[in-house]
Design a binder for this molecule. Sequence first.
Ligand SMILES: NC(=O)c1ccc[n+]([C@@H]2O[C@H](COP(=O)([O-])OP(=O)(O)OC[C@H]3O[C@@H](n4cnc5c(N)ncnc54)[C@H](OP(=O)(O)O)[C@@H]3O)[C@@H](O)[C@H]2O)c1
Length: 355
Amino acid sequence: MTKQISTQSPTVAVYGATGHTGGYILGELRRRAFTPILVGRNADRLRAAAEAAGLPDAEIRVADLNDHAALVAAFTGADVVISGLAAFIDFGEAVLAAAIAAGAHYTDTSGEQNFLRKVLNDYNTRAEAAGVTVVSGITDNNLSGDLLAYLTTRRVQGPAELVISHLSLSGGHGSKGSAKTVLANLDSFRDGGFHYENGEFRTGPATRYTEMVFPGAAAPTAVGKFPQSSVLTIPRHSDVSYVAGALDATILGHLSGFTAEAIEAMPDTPDSDLRYYLIVDTYGADGAVVRGLLSGVDSYRDSAIMAVEVAARLGTGVAKPGALAPAEAFDPEDFLNALAPHGITFGIGEAPARA
Ligand SMILES: NC(=O)c1ccc[n+]([C@@H]2O[C@H](COP(=O)([O-])OP(=O)(O)OC[C@H]3O[C@@H](n4cnc5c(N)ncnc54)[C@H](OP(=O)(O)O)[C@@H]3O)[C@@H](O)[C@H]2O)c1
């Protein structure tokens, strides 16, 4: 049975509220006049985060990740839980399990393919039994890739081949939280994780697309296989024979070389220019080639806005229970249109010829 809450102004518990993305999540909850509950391991840091977000009276609940009962108590009464932890593969399951046990819908800002695979494989039955919806992996990369792919694959004859890439316009550095996430998933970033080919998810090289023509570029750029999380969700709702993530090979080489020492030496805050494109190149079985393109302002701010939009929609009870892809839970075009007032825009047009 679906959890019936159907509220236009949900109560949203945020784990990871003290982080960089967490600050944006709180700001967006405040703007939308949703009721926040800040949950984390340190009351002083949570209070400071609430004040910094202009929410001095927000409720604070302290719960460590290794205390399931405290987490369940902290999430009880929330309509939706948003998790903004770093390194979900190491720390993320405790919040997810407790949210389901507390009867709250769940979303998060994980950018980790390995964590999403676990969520989809191991938590669907539990979420269904609890009557709650879990939509994990809400970032500028994953949500946009999943929703755009739903739309582009319907413009060509299937089964389609898809290549998905993220392009940072400034090439600037991200947050320390992102760097810790890369370090916790280093094997996956080095070997490219999973791609989808002929009905199964495969590790190892994805060799069909080794170059892409990025927006604004005249010549192709060499790309390597990248563990995009939407690779795991797109085959659930779209007619595809091949889906792979790709990243500029130079940036991929940089990520693959991350060390704990390098992260400590990073500046505390990310680069101020974090504009980006998310690209979904779609090759139909009929030879048609379509590019889905989303243009965003700041990866962290935008991921927070997207996660709060997910929470808002889950709060209305529109989605069925279970662990779902974004396009299984929400109307893709309607969701993407809702981001436009934030300067996050999308379009679907012709793609450059296959590089
Ligand atoms: N495109 C993308 O893939 C994308 C975009 C945006 C965000 N993200 C993801 O969003 C997440 C947040 O990123 P961020 O930059 O905001 O990270 P951050 O600033 O480091 O924040 C991490 C948060 O997690 C909490 N936390 C970390 N370890 C914890 C532990 N062991 N127990 C309890 N709380 C813990 C921290 O709380 P304390 O104050 O208690 O340390 C903090 O609130 C990352 O997983 C990042 O990869 C991904």
